[in-house]
Design a protein around this ligand. Structure first.
Ligand code: PGA
Length: 706
């Protein structure tokens, strides 16, 4: 449907554009002809003599130029919305005018195509109705008009068009119309132009005679005319066209000698040799700037035996005025003003006839000079009919206007195309970059995932001060058996009080469950009553030790320095350290968690060598979540673990940080474990309360299987 709409709009637009361009152009190249037509309209409106001629001429040039420019704007789809509205406005006006012409017939030819095409008033009206319809269609859907030139360069086309059409107008005004559409073109034999072809239909007229008798007026036709009744006094005649017959192109060329009343037409048109006709419809307003050249030609004609006549519609007074101003001695004959205006668009203008054929025409600005007339006419180029140069003129128009416009459009399209290509290239590049980035990030993600998979996933139990020896051994046995039956997907460690270590070690399958202590002394050995050294822990078969637990910091005043010693001794004795850190509730509420955790790590483990670091497992345990049933949300935990990994990376490098297992501890249980473990930075849990029941602990271990 929209395709059909677009087709219709573009057909209408093309029709309007071509009509406007053609009609604007043919009027622009004949500014005087258009001015005469404006004069006809003014006369029909009863405004003859009201508007000065120069205003009429200005209006003629402006209107024709506007029409041509509008046509080009429509053709190139420039300012589509505005132009379509102006077009409708113009067409409404023209349709109304043509309707008036059709009904009232005040003017025979509307003049819309200058002298190029003559339409009857009815034809003009129909044409305008069609164009009005087209204009309305275009105005309804202006944006369906396909653009030929981008908005950026439209102004160039617009200004170029305006300059071109006014230049053409002014040139035609100064010289003569570029193309001559009237019957008095160069090469026309006037007598031939007046001939009726054999068998051509004659126009039939009806003549009505108006007579009066005793104050009574009556109309008669030829058959009823009262020839024998002299009491009827003749008043007037009326002539109506009954049937339009053939009308020769030249039908009103008649030269009269006013002094004698003699018709000289035949005599002049059949004259052998050359005849100069100085044409001036109105001598009173004729341009007398070049009278010297005119007089020179008259002298030249006399010398060479050529005829020279002035033809005018002016009265004796006008002729006198001209003779006074220019000293003209050549004879003046009378001819109809409209015919004179049709013969040549210049006042005055010079026409050269040879045996009744027009062989040259000059505007008063181009009249040949005496210097040019230095030989008899047959020997001069101006004495011969010039070759038909219509095609040269058309070519000149193409070169001057159409070609630059086409070049502009091609350049514009090329620019638009290259812009589009560039944009597309950029878009493709961006897309490619995005894909690479995306792929990279996917790769990075895969890498992280792999790294993460490389990192040990650990679930460690922290029995704290619970279970007797027997209970502990039983619990350890149960856990061991459960894992034996269903292999875990992660490392499992149970950290027990010192007294359990040796016995529990005996019931555990080392490959399934690791064993760890909950503490060790900050001294190597010696007189430290009640203490258990790292070496002693190791000797039980344990491989891990929890250090830095908040409960030890809180209740046993373990400082960063003490912990540093313990870490050092544990590592020295071949134990893996599960080092705990975490903030209190007040510290979190004061948003100091990062600061606190960083200080704890810096105080006790960040001094280690990269080699020593390999045996460090970190456990983030927010104090407010330990044993309280208040778990940190998985996002909170993830955020902190990511932060811890980043500061480890700052300290030991990205690679090391990626390989460090970091656990979360604090009310971790069978329900929340899988959610917590799904986070990329959480590598497992340090489980307190939930590690005291084999089933609960097993369920947390199994969270890694989900
Ligand atoms: P919880 O203790 O799991 O009972 O909160 C954890 C811990 O202190 O390690």
């Amino acid at each position: 449907m929209s395709k059909l709409k677009s087709l219709l709009v573009n057909i209408c637009r093309l029709l309007l554009a071509l009509t406007f361009i053609f009609s604007g152009f043919v009027k622009s190249i004949d500014p005087l002809g258009t001015q005469y037509k404006i004069g006809d309209y003014l006369e029909a409106l009863g405004l003859a003599g009201v508007v000065p001629e120069w205003v009429q001429l200005g209006t003629s040039i402006a209107l024709s130029g506007l029409e041509f420019t509008l046509g080009v704007l429509i053709l190139l789809a420039i300012q589509r919305r505005l132009v379509s509205k102006i077009t409708v406005g113009l067409m409404v006006f023209m349709t109304i005018v043509s309707l008036w012409l059709t009904i009232g017939n005040p003017i025979q030819d509307c003049g819309c195509f200058g002298d190029a095409i003559h339409l009857s008033n009815t034809e003009t009206f129909v044409k305008n109705v069609v164009l009005l319809f087209g204009a309305i269609v275009v105005m309804r859907y202006p944006l369906y008009q396909t653009r030929f030139i981008s908005q950026n360069n439209q102004w160039i086309a617009l200004h170029f068009t305006i300059i071109f059409i006014f230049a053409v107008s002014l040139l035609s005004l100064y010289h003569l119309p570029v193309f001559d559409f009237r019957p008095y073109y160069i090469g026309q034999n006037i007598k031939k132009g007046m001939e009726m072809p054999k068998g051509a239909k004659q126009t039939k007229y009806k003549t009505t005679f108006i007579c009066t008798k005793n104050g009574v007026q009556k109309e008669f036709d030829e058959s009823t005319y009262p020839y024998n009744d002299s009491t009827w006094v003749f008043v007037d005649t009326k002539q109506e066209v009954l049937e339009q017959g053939y009308e020769p192109p030249i039908h009103d060329f008649s030269i009269t000698d006013d002094a004698t009343g003699e018709d000289l037409t035949e005599q002049i048109l059949t004259k052998e040799g050359y005849t100069f006709l100085l044409i001036s419809p109105h001598l009173e307003v004729a341009q007398d700037r070049n009278f010297g050249n005119i007089d020179g030609i008259y002298e030249y004609a006399k010398e060479n035996g050529y005829s020279f006549y002035g033809l005018t519609a002016s009265t004796e007074q006008g002729i006198k005025h001209w003779r006074n101003v220019t000293g003209a001695e050549y004879p003046f004959y009378t001819m109809d003003g409209t015919t004179l205006k049709t013969v040549i668009r210049s006042n005055p203008g010079l026409v050269l006839l040879y045996k009744g054929t027009i062989i040259n025409k000059w505007s008063h600005n181009d009249i040949p000079t005496i210097e040019e007339l230095n030989a008899p006419l047959p020997m001069l180029t101006i004495g011969r009919e010039p070759e038909n140069n219509t095609w040269t003129k058309i070519l000149a128009m193409i070169l001057c206007y159409i070609l630059p416009l086409v070049v502009l459009i091609i350049a514009d399209r090329f620019l638009a195309w290259s812009k589009w290509v560039k944009k597309r290239e950029m878009w493709l590049k961006e897309k490619e970059e995005w894909l690479i980035k995306h792929e990279q990030s996917t790769k990075l993600y895969q890498l992280l995932k792999r790294k993460r998979q490389m990192r040990k996933k650990i679930v460690a139990g922290n029995w704290k001060m619970n279970e007797t020896l027997q209970e502990g051994v039983a619990l350890a046995t149960e856990i061991n058996d459960a894992l034996k039956a269903d292999k875990p997907n992660c490392d499992v460690v149970i950290c027990t009080p010192f007294i359990h270590l040796a016995s529990v070690a005996n019931v555990l399958d080392k490959d399934l469950v690791g064993l760890g202590a909950e503490n060790c002394a900050d001294k190597e050995k010696g007189a430290y009553t009640g203490e258990v050294s790292a070496a002693m822990v190791k000797s039980t078969g344990a491989e891990y030790v929890i250090l830095g637990h908040s409960e030890r910091r809180q209740y046993y005043a373990e400082t960063a320095e003490i912990l540093k010693e313990k870490v050092q001794l544990a590592l020295a004795n071949g134990l893996k350290v599960i080092f705990c850190c975490g903030e209190s509730l007040e510290e979190r509420e004061a948003n100091k968690q990062n600061e606190v955790v960083k200080a704890e790590l810096e105080g006790s483990v960040f001094h280690l060598s990269a080699e020593e670091w390999k045996n460090i497992i970190l456990a983030y345990e927010p104090i407010w979540a330990i044993g309280t049933g208040k778990t940190a949300t998985s996002d909170q935990a993830e955020e902190m673990l990511a932060y811890i990994r980043s500061i480890v990376a700052d300290k030991f490098g990205k690679e090391v940080a990626e390989e460090t297992s970091i656990l979360y501890g604090g009310s971790c249980n069978a329900k929340n474990a899988s959610e917590l473990f799904s986070k990329p930075n959480i590598d497992g849990g340090l489980i307190g309360g939930a590690s005291l029941k084999a089933a609960d602990f097993k369920a947390i271990i199994d969270a890694w299987k989900k």
